[in-house]
Design a binder for this molecule. Sequence first.
Ligand code: C5P
Length: 336
Amino acid sequence: MTGRLAAVPEPGVRVRAPAKVNLALRVGSVRPDGFHPLATVFQALDMFEEVTARPAPPGAGISLTVTGSQAERVPTDRTNLAWRAAAALARRVGVDPDVRLRIVKGVPVAGGMAGGSADAAAALVACDALWETALSRAELLDLAADLGSDVPFPLVGHTAIGTGRGHILTPAMVRGQFHWALAVSHTGLSTPDVFREFDAAAGGERGAEGERGAGGERGAGGSGAGPTEASTDALHVDPGLMKALRAGDAGALGRALRNDLEPAALALRPELGRTLALAREAGALGAIVSGSGPTVAALARSARHARAIAAHWTAADACDAAYCAAGPAPGARVVG
Ligand code: C5P
């Protein structure tokens, strides 16, 4: 009998984890540990990072390769969040961290869409399966929270309220799908820089308030920089936003989008103001800087409308790349 032997697949575990947008991001005053209390609503999008974990010979340690969009901007050493995730999991369960990790980027780098956090979440799930650790979901979530405030969410996916540093998650009820257009800049924004800018504006505003006295007006609404009511105890997500999600009402969701970090991101990158304006001009139901930016997320009426908003940005040369995505999407899971 003639014929060719089928190629033996290399053993390994391939995991996909989603990007996110923050539908609401309320930020309180900086805590003594340097973090800010948050009340946020994450939505996972069908834009994925893919991490494959393959066994490595004993003593080889961790190695990492990165391919895909803007891969050259991602570190491939122990500073990479996926590397740190594999190392943390190995320490936690007492195995030797011998693994070859491969990341395929599908989420913008340093774009405020938690691509690096998705890598960490995917690496946790992939190594967990490869090493058969039998850790519970709660234990994986704890490890994820230690790696970064945004790492637990891509493990869970869908739509969830985040409190604490953003790492304590409660699932949200959502009907239907929402369609997004995303304007991506290839020059990222550093999350700590945006929080620092937020603090500077908050300090300035507090100073001005002091001068105005107790009766001074507070910044109102979503676009005022500095302390809003969110910097007091009243950090909460607009009930109207949660209602819009439950009803699958994209129009009401668009009106309720809110990001307290947006003024800080705009102060660092004023050109994002035009990107937001162009989205509204193209009929977006709402437009917002995603997380700490610089990605701008515009909520559309349909997948087709999302493509029209993306085309409007591209025609106006308003971003380095425009994408369309839908949410909610599932959390990190083994594929293939
Ligand atoms: O937790 P993570 O490492 O992702 O946070 C990155 C940085 O973002 C922190 O070092 C901090 O400067 C800022 N941050 C914050 N408050 C949060 C989350 C992040 O100030 N709730």
